[in-house]
Design a protein around this ligand. Sequence first.
Ligand code: SF4
Length: 281
Amino acid sequence: MEVVVADKCGFCPGVNNAIRIAEKILADHEEVYCLGPIIHNKDVVEQLAEKGLRTVDDVEQIKAGATVLIRSHGAAPEQMTRLSQKGVNIVDATCVLVKRLQQIASQMQKDGYKVVIIGDKNHPEVQAVAGCMSEAIVIADESDLHKIAENAKLGVVCQTTQSPEFFSSMLCAIVRCSFSEVKVVNTLCKEAVKRQESAVELCRRVDIMFVLGSLESANTRKLAELCKKYNKQTFHLQNWQEFDIGIGFGKKVAGVTAGASTPEWIIGEFVEKLKALDRPL
Ligand code: SF4
């Protein structure tokens, strides 16, 4: 069948950088710890585990004196302090755009703003940014607006991988609250936005759309959510193994996009096998 791949999809510079750094340090060390999965892709995590990258959830699980990689989502200052106290060798692969978000939020707090982070409170990036604050308000949707105190001086930032559409809709909801001042800084990642725009443009002109990436990857879920809005025949799959031939009938042209944590070989395999189907879906 005919398959069209989105202009912008797959690994972003932040993820590429974290993996490059991991491979470089693993070449010199038998064992390196990573605080949380390096990316939300189990194949990549397993490949790096074979080379010696040990994923742990907590600083307590790290041996004193070990080498520790901080993934692109970053880590909270409290975790960094505990790591330093353990005397570990920290290799920081936090994405520069996530660092920028942390710095902006910290500066807002210093300037007397009550920091509001628009995003998912369970996402490691949001937890790391909130961890930079003595107190932060995380707004995932309108049901969280009650957390904003009356007449507050608000400093608003957004999780890097959210969409401009979501950011603006939440800003509109926030300004309907009672406040004395609102300062907004655009902390969205341009790479994530380009992937969203490219996916939306493609899904509108194909019969069926596939979004490839882990179900745990926030940016992949966001891509799937956006595509579903414009093309009801959108399917979020992790890889070719999840493809089901019965997904649809009579579809002639398929679009494919992938999240920032989906490796090239997963996209390539999916596209090749889809192209090889000798009949429309
Ligand atoms: S999606 Fe953007 S902010 Fe997140 S790691 Fe990639 S480049 Fe950095």
